[in-house]
Design a protein around this ligand. Structure first.
Ligand code: ZN
Length: 640
């Protein structure tokens, strides 16, 4: 408006503030139907082709029966086990919608829920065919999906849309998968009929399909971990070379004992009709684990899972951890982690049970079965305890708050882990449960333990493959049934406390944390696997073999000297950096009257000299027996 009238109007408004228009919010976005407990009419036909391992593109054709009117199709976003909004939406592309009479329909992305697509189905149309692609190799590509020249890891959550408005357990789908010619696959899906490179599976619920990933590869070995069982447990391993698949009978026997020890821990209840461990031994795919009701995705960063058994053993609890989830997490699930569809947000308030207790039982079963020796487990526990003790982040962030880390950032948290301590509900959660277990054992004079809790709380509903939800009060009640105590107060104090690491359980187990000049075999194996020097408890950092400063202990010696992650150590006391040179300098600086360690540090394209007044010598964590106390840790780790 430029007229005199407009000017007059403006002046009038300026002198009369009450007449100003208040900001007005935009109307709400179109509704996404709430999931209801009703069967979706008909069966979705889903065809996925993952055979293009050169361009690494997954190609999808999905045909679904529809009725006329508004329709919302969604890509799974809140996926069980991911603990975060983790839709593989960024690269989803080539998306078209065609009617059964060949017309192309327009789709409109929901302006708030980026994983939801609005479509108007015309009168007379009875089915739609969707086409889409996932070009997995592009930057921002899917998480825990891998395509290598020898291996494909497929999560159906990246390649299937579901009609909103129905519980995902009540939408039926018949999946078909095409893999590279000459490869073979493994999955928990039933009714496989293979014709050349294409396998058709029996119709299943959308929920079960999303919970049944597929590994496909060039080189595969399968092992029966429970021969003769009515509910079989299988291990299928994929590697880049057949020689990496050569497991010894002793190694397979150890994996069979894992299944037996889990049966004993959970009282023989199995909430699956069969179970498939899927394991990749591929450094590119790396270390990973994801739980499902009838299978688990496992990845070992070393190809030497079998062939370097005695030296590459850190993280060998991965299969045990994921298997425990079949009970703790899949069948018994915190109520706020169960949702009727994959659009409803999940909440992580009980991850200290879901993950913390799974870490505890996983490490326990890994040792009871022989995946770890007792000594290896003690060395691992020493590292977990030392990390907890060294964590300054406890001063500001409670253990309870760390359970939100994945919701805040689906990568789980970046930055200083000692200060942000984003994922401490795993390992500090494990220490919390050691605290609980040893207290039960102490109060009952060894008559009861956390094994009794496992049987009572998780070893239930044998054969039932549905989800049984629980609240925190149920956890406290079940602990009280094992032995009466104020478990709510005990656990809440540890979840909300800010003062010190929960190491009482270690003491009650008959051991204490000490530091020695020599690294344990576990630390040495960790350093070799990560190509890093673990100097957290001396200089306050992990330093790569190339001098790259990785994890820096917040307020540790290097941090105080202004050296942060991302810097590079180029010189040590005037000599070029090498891991041995730095370790020798730490030893020399511990001698009486020795001068400071002089480091040449490169950061932000600038070199500077740092004098490190650290004279404490090398420090690596170990556990040492407390004399005249019962070795409860030994009892916990002994096979049943
Ligand atoms: Zn887990």
């Amino acid at each position: 408006m430029t007229s005199k009238l407009a000017l007059a109007a403006c002046l009038a408004l300026a002198t009369s503030p009450a007449a100003l228009a208040a900001p007005k919010a935009a109307p709400p976005t179109p509704p996404i139907p709430i999931a209801r407990a009703a069967d979706y009419p008909g069966v979705i036909d889903l065809k996925v082709d993952v055979s293009d391992t050169t361009r690494k593109v997954f190609r999808v054709t999905e045909t679904l029966p529809v009725s006329p009117g508004p329709l919302v199709l969604s890509l799974p976003k809140w996926i069980p086990g991911e603990h975060s909004p983790s839709a593989q939406i960024v690269l989803m592309s080539g998306f078209t919608v065609t009617t059964d009479d060949g017309r192309r329909l327009a789709w409109r992305r929901d302006p708030v829920e980026m994983t939801a697509f609005h479509i108007d189905v015309p009168v007379g149309v009875r089915s739609l065919t969707l086409r889409l692609e996932q070009p997995t190799a592009q930057p921002g590509g899917p998480v825990r999906i891998a395509v290598t020249p020898n291996l494909v890891l497929l999560k159906w959550t990246a390649v299937a849309l579901y009609p909103a408005g129905y519980e995902v357990g009540r939408i039926m789908v018949r999946p078909t998968l095409t893999i590279p010619t000459g490869w073979s696959l493994a999955t928990a899906l039933d009714g496989a009929e293979t014709n050349g490179a294409t396998t058709r599976f029996a119709p299943t619920s959308f929920e079960t399909l999303m919970d049944s990933p597929v590994y496909a590869g060039r080189h595969k070995a399968a092992f029966d971990l429970d021969p003769g069982a009515t509910r079989p447990v299988r291990l299928t391993v994929f590697a880049d070379s057949p020689k990496d698949l050569k497991a010894t009978p002793t190694q397979i026997d150890i994996h069979r004992r894992l299944v037996q020890q889990a049966d004993k821990l959970f009282g023989g209840a199995r909430n699956f009709d069969h179970y498939d461990f899927l394991l990749s031994l591929n450094p590119t795919v790396g270390y990973l684990g994801a739980e499902h009701q009838r299978s688990s995705e496992n990845g070992y960063s070393s190809a030497g899972y079998f062939t370097a058994w005695d030296t590459a053993f850190t993280g060998r609890d991965i299969l045990a951890h994921e298997y425990v989830h079949a009970w703790n997490g899949k069948h018994r699930r915190p109520a706020d982690l169960w949702t009727p569809d994959y659009t409803t947000p999940m909440r992580n308030s009980l991850l200290w049970v879901y993950e913390g207790l799974t870490e505890y039982y996983g490490d326990t079963l890994a040792t009871r079965s022989g995946l770890y020796s007792s000594e290896q487990m003690r060395q691992r526990l020493a590292l977990i305890a030392a990390n907890a003790e060294a964590t300054p982040g406890r001063g500001w962030r409670s253990l309870r708050d760390t359970t939100n880390a994945y919701i805040m950032n689906s990568a789980g948290g970046t930055g200083s882990t000692s200060w942000l301590r984003s994922l401490d509900y795993y390992e500090e959660g494990q220490l919390l449960w050691l605290d609980v277990d040893t207290l039960i054992r102490e109060r009952t004079h060894g008559a009861k333990s956390l094994d009794d809790f496992a049987r009572a709380f998780f070893g239930v509903d044998d054969g039932d493959m549905t989800v049984s939800t629980y609240e925190v009060e149920d956890v406290f009640s079940a602990l009280n049934a094992v032995t009466p105590y104020d478990w709510a107060a005990f656990i809440n104090a540890r979840l909300d406390g800010h003062d010190r690491a929960p190491l009482d359980g270690l003491t009650r187990a008959g051991w204490r944390l000490v530091f020695e000049a020599q690294p344990s075999a576990y630390v040495a194996a960790y350093e070799k696997d990560a190509e890093t020097s673990l100097l957290t408890f001396s200089l306050g950092a992990e330093i790569g073999w190339d001098g790259a400063v990785k994890e820096v202990l917040w307020d540790g010696p290097l941090f105080r000297a202004g050296v942060i992650a991302g810097s590079r150590i180029v010189k040590v006391n005037g000599k070029p950096y090498a891991p041995e040179t730095l370790k020798a300098a730490i030893l020399t600086a511990a001698k009486p009257g020795a001068p400071a360690i002089v480091l040449g540090v490169r950061a932000d394209d600038r070199d500077r000299v740092v004098r490190l007044a650290y004279h404490g010598g090398p420090r690596y964590p170990r556990l040492r027996r407390l004399p005249q106390t019962p070795d409860r840790l030994g009892q916990i780790l002994s096979p049943r």
